[in-house]
Design a protein around this ligand. Structure first.
Ligand code: HEM
Length: 412
């Protein structure tokens, strides 16, 4: 990596922008806005009021890692790890190599220099976002019991989930997003190496193909069911929505001011079953048309759904009572909204030749209750026949920092 020249789109992208999950044949694809038509920044500032990677334009690739502190790690180890991670993240996001210079070290272990696989690549809008899991604040660990935000507790169990430990939980998380997968992987790899002896990877998730937007000027991508995803989101240009639904004000824990809560759910999608469902039925399950992403009550992609419209063809509500969009909509959930920032994943296939694929759902919320309420409402979702939640984690995401500060320094 070298200093931040302005942008060229990644040549290494596995699957590109919206429309790459092709929609052809029986229905008209909506006119996709081309991300390339907009200048794409290559370097995203690391310092600021909020951490980057939340309202930042959604990059094409994700590598997400959940870490556990080692059983022998001390409070000092945690503190030095966060300082070293901050230093490395500030370098990586600005296109500089990782170096041991300035690292506070973790006992006898000296963090290694950069691993090199991103040499020559631009930062590709790399953002690195840190979060703290509930277990980090447990009694008898790092003396942080009193620093735990009240709402930072494990999520309750939900209908239809089949959670696996190997995709769930964690003391710490790092979300690395970039327009080049090599850059995102390089970041997590180096941060994991720096953690050696203090924290170890618990699970990771590679995501390709964003499934959301944080701005209406970015085209809406598609998820692996072929539907536009991210049409109704909390957008980065709406400060009032962000203050209401995303940013914590720090009244509970001052270190959380300007931060948020991050809910991560690994959701397996039963692709082969879905692909056998008729188009009209798929649309009824989602509540939007597949080509344009318009609500079934009429209009175009960004028309608000009208849940009172009746369809003679459907002999009932145009947007069915058990459709995903109706049940997830704020009107069904006390107004609750969330900033969704998830990614598609594909991880080979099982012995029957079926794809291991799905959505790595990521949502930033001011209060985990926003997610909990919507997820409970989705117990009646007809989409449940085609998806399984198999992983789950929650993290408190501290606010942004100024140059010279360390992420999470307010914890100590
Ligand atoms: C909307 C797909 C899981 C919350 C949508 C839309 C699609 C979709 C196609 C319509 C376009 C849009 O507005 O973005 C999926 C799929 C899922 C999934 C395939 C699982 C594999 C979830 C989960 C939640 C959620 C777990 C939260 C608990 C929402 C919300 C909306 C939405 C809040 C916007 C509703 C509105 O305001 O109109 N989803 N979704 N989704 N989804 Fe999901």
């Amino acid at each position: 990596m070298t200093g931040g020249r302005l942008s060229r789109r990644s040549a290494l992208g596995l699957i590109g922008a919206a429309g790459a999950v092709g929609v052809t044949g029986g229905f008209a694809a909506g006119a996709a806005r081309d991300d390339d038509a907009e200048p794409q920044e290559s370097v995203v500032p690391f310092h600021g009021k909020h951490q980057s990677g939340i309202t930042t334009r959604v990059q094409q690739h994700l590598y997400f890692a959940s870490f556990d502190m080692t059983s022998t790690a001390t409070r000092e180890d945690l503190k030095s790890l966060l300082a070293d991670w901050t230093d490395a993240a500030a370098r990586l996001t600005q296109g500089r190599e990782v170096t041991t210079e300035g690292a506070t070290g973790g006992g006898p272990y000296k963090p290694p220099d950069d691993t090199g696989e991103a040499l020559g690549l631009e930062p590709n809008a790399l953002t690195i976002t840190f979060g703290f899991g509930p277990t980090l604040f447990a009694a008898d660990r790092f003396g942080l019991e009193k620093k735990r935000p009240k709402e930072l507790v494990e999520l309750p169990s939900f209908a239809f989930e089949l959670l696996e430990d190997r995709f769930s939980g964690g003391d710490l998380c790092i979300q690395a997003c970039a327009d080049d997968p090599q850059v995102a992987v390089h970041a997590i790899r180096n941060l994991s190496r720096i953690a050696f002896g203090r924290a170890q990877v618990r699970w990771t998730q590679l995501g390709y193909g964003r499934t959301s937007t944080t701005s209406k000027s970015q085209s809406t991508p598609r998820n692996l069911f072929g539907f536009k995803d991210g049409t109704a989101n909390v957008f980065s240009n709406d400060d009032s929505d962000l203050a209401t639904w995303v940013w914590a004000d720090g009244s509970d824990q001052p270190w959380l001011a300007g931060g948020s809560f991050l809910v991560a759910r690994k959701i397996q999608m039963l692709i082969e079953s879905w692909d056998r469902v008729r188009l009209e039925e798929q649309e009824a399950i989602v509540g939007r048309d597949k080509g344009r992403g318009a609500p079934l009550s009429g209009g175009s992609e960004f028309t608000e759904p009208d849940f009172d419209v009746v369809s003679t063809a459907a002999r009932g509500p145009a947007i069915p009572m058990d459709s995903h969009v109706r049940l997830a909509h704020p009107t069904q959930n006390g107004g609750a909204r969330m900033l969704r920032r998830g990614y598609n994943y594909v991880e080979g296939n099982n012995d029957l030749g079926q794809l291991n694929a799905g959505l790595f759902f990521l949502a930033f919320v001011r209060s985990p209750e926003q997610f909990v309420g919507v997820q409970r409402s989705l117990a009646k979702d007809s989409l449940n026949e085609y998806i399984r939640h198999i992983g789950s984690a929650i993290f408190a995401v501290p606010g942004g920092i100024r140059a010279g500060e360390s992420i999470g320094s307010g914890l100590f």
